[in-house]
Design a protein around this ligand. Structure first.
Ligand SMILES: *Cc1c(COP(=O)(O)O)cnc(C)c1O
Length: 371
């Protein structure tokens, strides 16, 4: 048996007739950039998340760059974020000439630990950028309390968490701006790059709309230097078809996770994901903490089971950020977590036999090994 990390063939098979029809409509109009399907997608996502404004753009990375820019964050400013995330979280701050400041994570959820946030605040801090990692919301009650107390903006990097909730409230609706990615491997993926900003603020929405087209308004008059970050109409047409299935896919991912939880919980050398009781996760990843992680990874690869390490090196130790002055040992929870994590296939179309095969392979690896 083979179990890929993600099976896009299985995902697209039942959708292709609808997607072809949607694409044909774009071919008929030839409105390839920011056509009517982009507006339609913005309205659909606004409705899905219950947020006033959606601003489509070219990628999840650009959505973060635009968010930082729209909040006027730049030189001499600092933004507090997590070291245990995809690179784009911190690069979006750096690319606006501001400095990322990293606070350590909670060892159970892998998300920013609210208890570590206040120590990272300096007179230059302008914002906090929490990441809802692997599809589970951060503790947004505590993060918003701290942000309010210190007068800081909040940008939710929700690239991995579309539709996840905290206390029954949708992610992206807590902070000043929330961002999404439609990279093909995200829970709602396009057939290429695409992203989005969300905000309840009329002013920020207007600024984001302007910044995504070179900061111009009216045309050829520029108040700011923005980006070229528009969404392709073809991607929006595809996402409009797929968004209708997203809630079911999230349910299927949670069912897969429940299967794994039930079948793996008693293996003493691994820890199944901890989900905070206030959070409903969408499981962009199902991530184990494992003893002998690298040997387990090799074992699973030999069994043709897709798995991946998200993320092997925390951002504060990345070479490009050396000038920030962090060293090994500064953020011990993130560093230890990076040594132990392993994500296994969780995509909605997984068959029971495939899940069972994954569980058997993990159990076989640890059988007879010391705890
Ligand atoms: C995927 C991802 C991004 C970047 O999104 P792209 O669409 O690939 O540019 C940003 N932050 C996190 C946490 C991500 O997982």
């Amino acid at each position: 048996m083979k179990v890929p990390m993600l099976d896009l063939h299985a995902q697209y098979e039942p959708l292709l007739p609808d997607i072809r029809e949607a694409l044909e409509r774009v071919f008929a109009s030839h409105a390839y950039i920011m056509g009517p399907q982009v507006k339609e997608l913005e309205e659909k996502v606004q409705k899905y998340l219950g947020i006033k404004h959606a601003i489509a753009c070219a990628s999840g990375t650009d959505a973060l760059v635009l968010a930082v820019k729209a909040l006027g964050i730049g030189e001499n400013d600092e933004v507090i974020t997590t070291p245990f995330t995809f690179f784009a979280t911190a690069s979006s701050i750096w690319r606006n000439h501001a400095k990322p400041r990293f606070a350590d994570i909670d060892h159970r959820t892998f998300n920013l630990d609210p208890d570590k946030l206040e120590a990272a605040i300096t007179p230059r801090t302008k914002a906090i950028m929490p990441v809802h990692l692997f599809g589970q919301s951060c503790d947004m009650t505590r993060i918003m309390e701290i942000a309010k107390k210190h007068g800081l903006a909040v940008i939710e990097d929700n690239a991995q968490g579309i539709g996840c909730t905290w206390g029954g409230k949708m992610s992206c609706s807590f902070g000043d701006i929330g961002t999404l990615s439609f990279f093909p491997s995200k829970n709602l993926g396009a057939m290429g790059d695409a992203g989005m900003c969300l905000t309840n603020s009329d002013d920020l929405a207007a600024k984001l709309r302007q910044l995504r087209v070179h900061g111009e308004n009216p045309k050829y008059f520029h108040k700011w230097v923005g980006l070229n970050s528009r969404m392709d109409t073809l991607q929006a047409a595809i996402l409009n078809v797929k968004l209708d299935r997203l809630a079911d896919w999230s349910k299927a991912r949670r069912a897969n996770a429940a299967f794994y939880d039930g079948h793996l919980q008693d293996i003493p050398q691994i820890q199944t994901p901890y989900i905070n009781p206030d959070a409903v996760t969408i499981y962009n990843q199902y991530t184990l903490l494992c003893q002998d992680r690298d040997a387990l990874l090799k074992h699973l690869q030999e069994k043709e089971i897709g798995c991946a390490i998200y993320y092997p090196l925390p951002l504060h130790l990345q070479e490009c950020f050396a000038s920030l002055g962090y060293k090994k040992g500064d953020l011990p929870v993130a560093e230890e977590t990076a040594q132990k994590v392993l994500s296994i296939p969780i995509y909605p179309e997984l068959a029971d036999a495939q899940k069972q095969y994954v569980c058997d392979a993990i159990r076989e690896f640890y059988a007879g090994r010391p705890q």
